[in-house]
Design a protein around this ligand. Structure first.
Ligand code: NI
Ligand code: MN
Length: 231
């Protein structure tokens, strides 16, 4: 059967998911991203999902949304922050989900922080989250920036995950060994590493993740920026 869902890796934690119903851009950090596989001004999309407010995820959200008219989906406080800049938004709360034109989207727990730089230092903008998407009969889990957490076990027990997008860069998130443990909790058909080797602080060897997940029979595909996966 022909694939209905394509997932393009645009570098760092940015992915463009395309279905017959919509183009969904996740964590659009392109401008200033040394690994970006596209320019922000060339992206076409209908929805932008933003996992948290850190610049390496929030990135080009507002400029792309203004140009394309895309709706930005984020946790409540971040959605208000984006909406105040004149962009259409859909706020969700962690654990909450909804039906969208492309399918179902639910926010998942991420153990991390979410802040923007204010004049007197960082300002928190709600909880960081991940995304669980049900599109064209496929389930994609985008973990966002997170530590390894037992909550992943709950997801793995209750959902048949086709694709898990997991941070492996260490320092700010899970490293490769913890990400391999996350795979054991999530039991996805396929995993793809993200959030590594963009900057010196998150330099890791993705083969460690491939090897450790493989020890337990789980398949990992290391995508190059620009690469496309068909589900
Ligand atoms: Ni972050
Ligand atoms: Mn990050």
């Amino acid at each position: 059967m022909a694939s209905n869902v394509s997932v393009q890796y645009l570098g760092h934690s940015c992915f463009l998911v395309t279905t017959p119903k919509a183009k969904i851009l996740i964590d659009p950090f392109l401008t200033g991203n040394p690994k970006a596989a596209a320019k922000a001004e060339d992206i076409q999309c209908d929805f932008i999902l933003v996992s948290h407010a850190h610049a390496d995820h929030y990135g080009d959200t507002v400029s792309i949304a203004k140009r394309t008219g895309a709706t930005v989906v984020a946790v409540y406080e971040l959605a208000l922050h984006v909406g105040a800049q004149g962009v259409p938004v859909h706020p969700l709360g962690c654990g909450g989900g909804g039906e969208f034109p492309f399918g179902r989207l639910q926010l998942t727990i991420a153990h991390h922080t979410s802040s923007v730089e204010g004049p007197n230092g960082p300002v928190m903008l709600g909880s960081p989250v991940g995304f669980l998407m049900r599109l064209e009969g496929k389930t994609i889990y985008f973990a966002g920036d997170t530590a390894l957490t037992m909550d992943m076990q709950l997801l793995g027990e209750r959902k048949q995950i086709d694709l898990a997008l997991l941070p492996i860069g260490d320092n700010f998130t899970m490293g490769p060994e913890d990400a391999a443990e996350a795979v054991r909790f999530l039991r996805p058909k396929l995993s793809v590493p993200m959030h590594y080797n963009t900057f010196p602080m998150i330099e890791v060897d993705p083969d460690v993740f491939v090897r450790e997940a493989g020890k337990h029979g789980y398949k990992v595909e290391v995508m190059q920026p620009g690469g496309i996966l068909e589900l």
